[in-house]
Write a protein that binds this ligand. Sequence first.
Ligand SMILES: Nc1ncnc2c1ncn2[C@@H]1O[C@H](COP(=O)(O)OP(=O)(O)OP(=O)(O)O)[C@@H](O)[C@H]1O
Ligand SMILES: [Mg+2]
Length: 251
Amino acid sequence: MEDKIVVKNLNLFFDKLCVLKSINLNIKANQIFSIIGPAGSGKTTFLRILNRLNDLIPYVRLEGEVYLDDKNIYKEDIPLPWLRRKVGMVFALPVPLPGTIFENIAYGPKLQGMTSKTKLSSLVEKSLKSAFLWDEVRYKLDASALRLSGGQQQRLCIARTLALEPEVILLDEPCSGLDPISTAKIEEALHELKKNYTIILVTNNTKQAARVSDNIAFFLMGELVEYGHVEQIFTVPRDKRTQDYISGRFG
Ligand SMILES: Nc1ncnc2c1ncn2[C@@H]1O[C@H](COP(=O)(O)OP(=O)(O)OP(=O)(O)O)[C@@H](O)[C@H]1O
Ligand SMILES: [Mg+2]
């Protein structure tokens, strides 16, 4: 399998504070790659590096290289809209736009110039199916998205990202506020999605990481302690700090 993302000697500073140190990491296509680690270890910052969201912060400084399909995404000639289209992001708190379920999904593709009603309808249906939400909303696509439950809203946000047809999907603790049933539905969706996408999941739930991941990275205070296959990380971690974290001794 090919590497979808390659990170080389990455350091990230907020002003003088180094929050990611010498990160080297390869992520293969069509897998779920999870990032675990205690609060403040740099998980969100790392995720945001992958579609250059940190660029909005004026006092940020990045050293090193980040490749998407062999293209260095921090080279100046990379158009940000191109990158953000390829690398979609789903946040912890689902924030639907005020408007109908249909409009929420169709909004992005419309902005990108899709006008055909039939095309939009089929894209909305396909995205909702892939996010495992279609059966619950198919008869109320013109109802307000704000009236969906939290778990449904999160799947709506996943569908919205999918409608832009990305290749990589970043998810930052997408199940943090959700009940076990909604969580299971999202995990099921992710499992299906990895056939067509590369999924990078930040989770503060070690059990979830064990359930859904192909590979796992353990971050601690800005350091990538280790990463590897889920079984290796959970049965024979190379570093004692990983062992301590997954067995709940700190974090
Ligand atoms: N915009 C910012 N400006 C300055 N410092 C920041 C900024 N964002 C994050 N940091 C700092 O960077 C470090 C890593 O934060 P980050 O949010 O990446 O951690 P995290 O692993 O996602 O934590 P959590 O599990 O709480 O979400 C922390 O020390 C944090 O205070
Ligand atoms: Mg975070």
